[in-house]
Design a protein around this ligand. Structure first.
Ligand code: PBG
Length: 325
């Protein structure tokens, strides 16, 4: 049936009608809020490239998490900034590492009212800024696995609900699952950064985490932005290795990958709207070139429409506040 019988505008006449036929709805329950924890006390320091996001010391992170939970956001994703860095990223693991301390502080503040997810990677902790152990100028896959597993066990022991490996080493999901299970940490879920691209959009994060590689780049472990089929293969390998949830990262430039992943796999799918996606919108808004709130809601809606169940986003608190009105 075509015009004049069909008139798509009929269903766009009013706010009520438009909302009645809306296909994709956003809820704070879809969001995960990333948080950076650092040593010291009394620290709440804004990250200059990511306005409205902060480094929190252990005594300040609890209050922030109470606010996140009160907004109806179910989860935070923790990144640690260590006191000092070394070749093996030893600040990433051990019962007293910064992230384990933060987990305990957050649990004290919010109890079980918030899921605590932890990024597992070495790049914030290594002096060379790579995500694994460097041997002969290359990032060595298999010797990195043991350190990642140790990191995951430290976080799960401290009470993390979700372990999120973001390093892109081969076999890390299996190594982590085995290590967790052998320590009877079977309840800790794995949210794998499965399709993580070697993207320019991590720039502001690397400033925030001081994790820019000191030589070379991450293209020998993160994915080539040209590849879609390879993302499906990465996801299916992670599922075979025991991932409970999988992720596509970044989000907006990779909506096709999110869409394909949603069609091919029956497992919760998470998308990460990364620092550069956030900062681009913030910068354009500051220049008066774009409406911040509308850009935020449109991009989040697009990521959900493509098929993501959950979105890790620096906009989580702002979007939750807007959705509450
Ligand atoms: C750690 C990690 C990175 C991000 C999440 N985990 C940085 C990177 O891979 O260089 C990026 C997050 C963001 O840009 O918001 N490997």
């Amino acid at each position: 049936m075509s015009f004049p019988i069909s008139r798509p505008r009929r269903l766009r006449q009013s706010e009520l009608l438009r909302s009645f036929v809306q296909e994709t709805r956003l809820s704070p329950k879809n969001f995960v809020y990333p948080l950076f924890v650092c040593p010291g006390s009394g620290v709440k320091k804004e990250i200059s490239s990511m306005p409205g996001n902060y480094h929190f010391s252990l005594d300040r992170v609890g209050e922030e998490c109470r606010e996140v939970a009160a907004l109806g956001i179910p989860a935070v994703l923790l990144f640690g900034i260590p006191e000092s860095k070394d070749e093996l990223g030893s600040g990433a693991y051990g019962d007293n590492c910064i992230v384990a301390e933060a987990i305990r502080a957050i649990r004290k503040a919010v109890g079980k009212n918030l899921l605590i997810a932890c990024d597992v990677c070495l790049c914030e902790y290594t002096s060379h800024g790579h995500c694994g152990v460097v041997k002969g100028g290359e990032v060595d896959n298999d010797s990195t696995l043991e350190l990642l597993a140790r990191t995951a066990v430290s976080y799960a022991r401290a009470g993390a609900d979700i372990i999120a490996p973001s390093d892109m080493m081969d076999g890390r999901v299996l190594a982590i699952r085995r290590a967790l299970d052998s320590e009877s940490l079977t309840q800790a879920a794995i949210m794998a950064y499965s399709a993580k691209y070697a993207s320019v959009f991590y720039g502001p994060f690397r400033e925030a985490a001081d994790s820019t590689p000191q030589f070379g780049d991450r293209r020998s472990y993160q994915m080539d932005p040209s590849n879609q089929r390879e993302a499906l293969r990465e996801i299916s390998l992670d599922i075979e290795e025991g991932a409970d949830m999988v992720m596509v990262k970044p989000a907006l430039p990779y909506l096709d990958v999110i869409c394909r992943a949603r069609q091919e796999f029956n497992i919760p799918l998470v998308a990460y709207q990364v620092s550069g996606e956030f900062s681009m919108i913030m910068a354009a808004a500051r220049l008066g070139w774009i409406d911040r709130e509308r850009a935020m809601m449109e991009t989040l809606t697009a990521i959900r429409r493509a098929g993501a169940d959950a979105i890790i986003t620096y906009f989580a608190k702002d979007a939750a506040r807007l959705l509450a009105c």
